[in-house]
Design a protein around this ligand. Structure first.
Ligand code: GLC
Length: 538
C-alpha cells in the first residue's frame, strides 16, 4: 500500500555530535542514539534525519566527508549504523541520511590523489583546479567568495614547493568542490546512493542541493550580480543529476525519498527541484527566516502553497536547524527574522517572550498541511547558547569571518537529558567533558525534568504530534483562511479543525461553541492572549 508518508511526515533532525554520547568521550555517537530510540518513538515523530555520520576530519562538523561509505570512528562503525537503521525501523521510525555531494573533505582519497598527481593530471579533473590571475598567477581565478567568508579559492603548494594552481571551495578550504561535469563524480555518487539504500535507509537529505552544477567557464559574479542568476548556484545542469538519482531511488521498494537543502531567492526556483522526476520535498527556508508577524507568516504560508502547487510537491515547515539561531532566542529579539548572512550576532533576547512564541510557533507549524521538521532540542524549548567562550568555538564561519560572526556552535550544544551533573545526562557518568559545555540553567530543561510536567514544552510537542497524526495527517493537504482580526493567523483544515494564532498585542476571543483541543499557553477567561496558538474543534 502506498502511504506517501514523506508528504506529511514529522522528521526529527539528529545532529549526531550533540544528541547523546554512548561511549563517554564527550561527543555524541550512534550508540547514544540507539539508547534513545524509545524517547523518539514516544515523542511521536515518523522519521529521523541524521546529519553526516561519515568518516570526517570535522573541519565543518562532518560536512567534510573523507569516506562516504564508512562511519566516523567518533560515532561508531558501519555495523553500528546498520544496527541503528534496523532498530529505528523496529520502533516505527524511518531513517534519512545526509548526502554531501557538492564537496568532499580535503582528506578524501580523491583530493589527496589530485594533490599528489600534480598539475594537469586526470586526478585533478574531478575537482575545480584553475590557474590564478595576475602576472604570477597570484590572484584567484575568479571573484567568487566562500559562503563562509573570504575567497572561494585556495592556492596549491606543489610537492616541489612551487606555487601551483588554485582549487575551488564554496565553503571551507578543507571542502574542495567536486566537478559534477566529470562522469566519475556522477558514477561515484550513484554508487554511494545504492550503498546506503542497500543498507535500508529510507532516503537522503541533499546538502547544498542548489550548488552542484557551476556555470560553464566559471565566470566572475561581477560587482552588481543578479542574485537569481549566480554562476555557482541553481545552474540548469543540476536537474539532470537529480533525475538520474530519482531513477535509482525509484527502483527500491518502500517509498524512499529525497529532501533537498534548496536555499534560493525565489519559490519558483526552488519548485523546479521538486518536479515529479526530481526531489520529493525541500526545506522551507522562507518560513524559517520569517519574522514573528502575522501578516508575514500568512504571506509565507500562502506563497509556499502557491509555489508548490504547479509541481504537486508537499510543503514543509521548519523553525530551526543546525545552521540557524534557535527560534526560542530569535523570537525573543527585537528583530525576529533570520538571515543566514547577518543574524548570528549577540542581540539581546527576552527568554520568556521567546519561549511563549516558540510554543505558539510549534502549534502553527504542526497544523499546516505538509511535512514538518523538529530540530533536536526544539522539543525541550532550548535557547541558543550565546555565551560560549571564544576559545571553544569550532565553527569555521567564526574563524573565517574574523570573529564578526559567532558561528553556529550556539545551536549545537549537547542536549540536556537528565540530572544536574556536568553533562546533564548527555554522557555516561565519569565521561570526558562534552565537546561544548551546556549552561547550568539547562538542568531545568532536561528531558527528565520535563517528562512529568504537563505544561512542559516536551509534553506540548508530544500531545501535538499525537493529535496531528490522528487528526490532521489523514486530511487533504489544503487549508481555508479565516479572518480572525488583525495580528492573527487563522485557518481551517477539514473535519472542523481550526488553528488560531494570536500574534497581536491584545487578547482575542474564541469562536462560539468551539472546543479547545490544545493551546500553547493558558487561555485566561476563555480568550487567546498574545503570542498564543489554539487548536480548536468547531
Ligand atoms: C549545508 C549544511 C551546513 C554546512 C554546509 C556545507 O548548508 O547544512 O551545516 O556547513 O552545507 O556543507
Amino acid at each position: 500500500m502506498t502511504t506517501h508518508w514523506w508528504r506529511h511526515a514529522a522528521i526529527y533532525q539528529i545532529y549526531v555530535r550533540s544528541f547523546a554520547d554512548g561511549d563517554g568521550d564527550g561527543t555524541g555517537d550512534l550508540a547514544g542514539v540507539r539508547s534513545r530510540l524509545a524517547y523518539l518513538r514516544e515523542l511521536g515523530v515518523d522519521a529521523l534525519w541524521f546529519t553526516p555520520w561519515y568518516t570526517s576530519p570535522m573541519a565543518d562538523g562532518g560536512y567534510d566527508v573523507a569516506d562516504y561509505r564508512d562511519i566516523d570512528p567518533r560515532f561508531g562503525t558501519l555495523a553500528d549504523a546498520e544496527r541503528l537503521i534496523t532498530e529505528a525501523h523496529g520502533h516505527g521510525l524511518r531513517v534519512l541520511i545526509d548526502l554531501v555531494p557538492n564537496h568532499c573533505s580535503d582528506q578524501h582519497a580523491w583530493f589527496r590523489a589530485a594533490l599528489a598527481a600534480g598539475p594537469g593530471s586526470p586526478e585533478r579533473e574531478r575537482f575545480w583546479f584553475a590557474p590564478g590571475r595576475g602576472a604570477d598567477g597570484g590572484l584567484p581565478p575568479n571573484d567568487w567568495t566562500s559562503y563562509f567568508g573570504g575567497s572561494a579559492w585556495t592556492r596549491v603548494t606543489e610537492a616541489d614547493g612551487s606555487a601551483g594552481p588554485w582549487y575551488l571551495h564554496m565553503f571551507a578550504p578543507e571542502q574542495p568542490d567536486l566537478n559534477w561535469e566529470h562522469p566519475e563524480v556522477r558514477a561515484e555518487f550513484e554508487d554511494v546512493l545504492r550503498f546506503w539504500l542497500d543498507r535500508g535507509v529510507d532516503g537522503f537529505r541533499i546538502d547544498v542541493a542548489h550548488g552542484l552544477a557551476k556555470k560553464p567557464g566559471l565566470p566572475d559574479v561581477g560587482a552588481d550580480p543578479d542574485v537569481t542568476d549566480l554562476p555557482y548556484q541553481d545552474c540548469d545542469a543540476v536537474h539532470g543529476i537529480y533525475r538520474s538519482w530519482r531513477k535509482i531511488l525509484d527502483t527500491y521498494d518502500g517509498e524512499r525519498t529525497f529532501v533537498g537543502e534548496v536555499w534560493l531567492p525565489t519559490p519558483e526556483q526552488s519548485a523546479r527541484y521538486l518536479r515529479p522526476d526530481e526531489l520529493h520535498s525541500a526545506f522551507n527556508f522562507e518560513f524559517l527566516c520569517c519574522a514573528w508577524d502575522a501578516d508575514a507568516l500568512r504571506r509565507v504560508v500562502e506563497e509556499t502553497l502557491a509555489g508548490l502547487a504547479p509541481v504537486g510537491a508537499p510543503a514543509t515547515w521548519v523553525l530551526s536547524n543546525h545552521d540557524t539561531i534557535r527560534h526560542v532566542t530569535r523570537y525573543g529579539r527585537e528583530d525576529t527574522s533570520f538571515d543566514m548572512g547577518d543574524k548570528r550576532l549577540l542581540d539581546p533576547s527576552d527568554p520568556v517572550l521567546g519561549r511563549r512564541r516558540a510554543r505558539a510557533a510549534a502549534l502553527l507549524t504542526l497544523s499546516l498541511p505538509g511535512g514538518v521538521y523538529v530540530y533536536q532540542g526544539d522539543e525541550l524549548g532550548l535557547p541558543e547558547v550565546q555565551d560560549l567562550p571564544d576559545e571553544l568555538l569550532q565553527d569555521p564561519t567564526y574563524v573565517r569571518s574574523g570573529g564578526a560572526d559567532r558561528g553556529r556552535d550556539g545551536c549545537r550544544v549537547p542536549l540536556p537529558w537528565s540530572g544536574f551533573g556536568t553533562s546533564l545526562g548527555f554522557s555516561p557518568d565519569g565521561a570526558a567533558p562534552s565537546w561544548l559545555p551546556q549552561p547550568v540553567s539547562w538542568s531545568g530543561l532536561t528531558a527528565q525534568a520535563q517528562q512529568d510536567d504537563p505544561e512542559s514544552v516536551l509534553n506540548l510537542y508530544r500531545t501535538a504530534l499525537a493529535l496531528r497524526r490522528a487528526r490532521l495527517v489523514p486530511l487533504p493537504e489544503t487549508l481555508t483562511w479565516v479572518d480572525a482580526g488583525p495580528g492573527t493567523v487563522c485557518f481551517d483544515r477539514q473535519d472542523g479543525f481550526r488553528c488560531l494564532l494570536n500574534a497581536s498585542s491584545a487578547a482575542v476571543g474564541l469562536p462560539d461553541g468551539a472546543r479547545v483541543l490544545l493551546a500553547s499557553g493558558p487561555l485566561p477567561g476563555g480568550t487567546v492572549p498574545p503570542d498564543t496558538t489554539v487548536w480548536l474543534s468547531l
